[in-house]
Design a protein around this ligand. Structure first.
Ligand code: DX5
Ligand code: ZN
Length: 216
């Protein structure tokens, strides 16, 4: 499977959100990566339902919603209503992860699970076959523009092995500090989806930058 590219809206210009959404529509990007932060699970607050709804009005591609919030179970159907196609929760925020994943699927979305940099791949052993996407954090969640944690490559190799051995169909998505250089090594390690915020939106020509990431 050809890898996917998911620009992260967190790095967009919120005063020109429609323009940036349309730029992604025109580009070779595959998904919109949308970061929701609650100021509790992570030390930052981003945005919630009204902004996702506004993005959904213009977006013509999959909405990949990454929840960095405590108690995500409370809001699963709300995220479906505002247009989420993939809903990713953090392993560290879900004491009943199996139930949460089933609820996301029952609501009609693909289910993702994200792991913080310190969380080992092995915690997914008994749930990997139920997951559609594993989102490996390659920075500590909360902010864009941080530098890539090198230990991530090892985790991607371990996860690739777990997925292949278990017969899971989960995609491996990487989030944080992704650029041409880290992206290339991540794909070689077995990643399927590259999230990129600053690398895309701070570049001179975001459409060309997305194309570069697609051609890695
Ligand atoms: C970080 C978010 C990321 C962020 C990535 O907590 O989950 O999606 O936007 O930004 P970059 O690509 O700039 O590291
Ligand atoms: Zn994210």
């Amino acid at each position: 499977m050809k890898h996917l590219v998911a620009p992260s809206i967190l790095a967009a210009d919120f005063a020109n959100l429609q323009r940036d959404v349309e730029m992604i529509n025109t580009s070779e990007a595959d998904w919109f990566h949308i970061d929701v932060m609650d100021g509790v699970f992570v030390p930052n607050i981003s945005f919630g339902m009204p902004v996702i709804s506004a993005i959904n009005k213009h977006a013509k591609k999959t909405l990949d919603v990454h929840l960095m919030i405590v108690n995500p179970d409370k809001f699963i159907t709300n995220f479906k209503k505002v247009g989420a196609n993939i809903l990713t929760v953090h392993y560290e925020a879900c004491p009943h992860l199996h139930r949460t994943i089933q609820a996301i699927k029952d609501a009609g979305m693909k289910a993702g699970v994200s792991l913080n940099p310190h969380t080992p791949i092995a915690v997914l052993e008994d749930i990997i076959r139920d997951i559609d996407v594993v989102l490996i954090m390659s920075v500590n969640p909360g902010f864009g523009g941080q530098s890539f944690i090198e230990n991530t490559y090892k985790k991607v190799i371990q996860l690739r092995d777990l997925i292949d051995k278990s017969g899971s169909k989960a995609l491996i998505e990487i989030d944080g500090g992704v650029n041409e250089k880290t992206g290339k090594k991540l794909l070689a390690a077995g990643a399927n989806v590259l999230v990129a915020g600053s690398f895309v939106f701070k570049s001179e020509n975001p459409i060309k930058t997305i194309k570069k990431l697609k051609e890695l």
